[in-house]
Design a protein around this ligand. Structure first.
Ligand SMILES: [Mn+2]
Length: 312
């Protein structure tokens, strides 16, 4: 049965022991929405199998206690949140369940005791309307969770609708925190090995200018792709990062969007260089890798020559 946001309080009030259940690899939208609903109407929060890395970060910041694979039969109602198909729940659905979701699949609707499903940009936006129309106040953490969910599901508001902006403004106002705090709640720092790899790659970098282009070559023996991305963020148009792994040399390459638009094709380039050195390579135009045999410096030089030809 489809219900309106306003009717949610009446329906949920008939159950004493409620579980808000998030999909597998639960993301910030699922966690933030479940947390706000459980704070307002009571109930526990669960997730199937695990949380995403940003989901973990948000749960820690707002203090959401999420039970992994709770026994759904322990509750008299399970509210499935931000989930559109049963496979996302490992097909562990109880007989008594309700649904709050913004995906438009029909899979879970028929058997739900009641549901709210709308084409919003995030479940958090729907939850915000539920809270408002049932006269619920939110505390700081519940508001932070909802806004973080919206930021994540709209791609930092790149895909936001007018309704999403309106809801975000209201949530910020109600929560009394700075917008940056919601963004920071989603920040997952690189681990120390990754940061060491990036800093070593940068300190060993050879920067070559080809006309307008800056091509960077460097070596580091782990996280080559991560380091190549970081070098492009620092200003390289094209970055080649080589690492030795036993008898093979791995090169990861990244280029800026502008370089790819102007004809740089790293998948093709690394394929050719890889084959010339007894290996192979490929990937995408702006992100590719090769594995081959030889000296890292010679393979990097071959990559640099080829990219110079393609950019001239
Ligand atoms: Mn979502």
């Amino acid at each position: 049965m489809r219900i309106s946001e306003q009717q949610y309080g009446d329906h949920i009030g008939r159950y004493k022991n409620v579980l808000y259940l998030c999909h597998r690899n639960a993301d910030p939208d699922a966690i933030g929405s479940s947390f706000a609903l459980s704070q307002a109407f009571g109930g526990a929060i669960g997730a199937v199998d695990d949380l995403s890395r940003t989901g973990v970060s948000l749960a820690n910041v707002i203090g959401a206690c999420v039970r992994i694979n709770p026994d759904v039969e322990d509750y008299d109602l399970v509210v499935v949140v931000d989930t559109s198909v049963g496979t996302q729940l490992g097909n562990r659905l109880p007989d008594n369940y309700a649904l709050v979701d913004h995906h438009l699949d029909e899979g879970l609707l028929n058997d739900a005791l009641f549901y709210i499903q709308k084409p919003a940009k995030s479940t958090a936006e729907i939850v915000w309307t539920i809270l408002k129309e049932n006269g619920k106040k939110v505390d700081r953490n519940a508001a932070l969770g909802l806004l973080a969910g919206m930021i994540a599901d709209t791609g930092r508001f790149k895909r936001a609708s007018p309704g999403a902006f309106l809801a975000a403004a209201e949530i910020l106002d109600a929560g009394g925190f700075a917008y940056e705090e919601a963004q920071e709640a989603l920040f997952v720092p690189a681990n120390i090995s990754q940061r060491i790899a990036v800093l070593k790659a940068a300190s060993r970098a050879e920067v070559m200018r080809q006309g307008d282009w800056l091509v960077v070559c460097t070596t580091v023996n782990s996280f080559e792709g991560f380091a190549a991305n970081a070098l492009v963020d620092l200003g390289a148009d094209v970055a080649f990062v080589a690492g030795r792994h036993g008898d093979t040399v791995r090169v990861s390459a990244r280029c800026s969007r502008e370089a790819a638009r102007r004809g740089c094709n790293l998948a093709k380039l690394l394929g050719e260089v890889g084959k010339a050195y007894g290996g192979d390579g490929g990937g995408h135009r702006s992100a590719a890798a090769l594995e081959a045999a030889g000296e890292p410096s010679a393979i990097l030089e071959a990559c640099r020559k080829k990219v110079a030809e393609s950019l001239s």
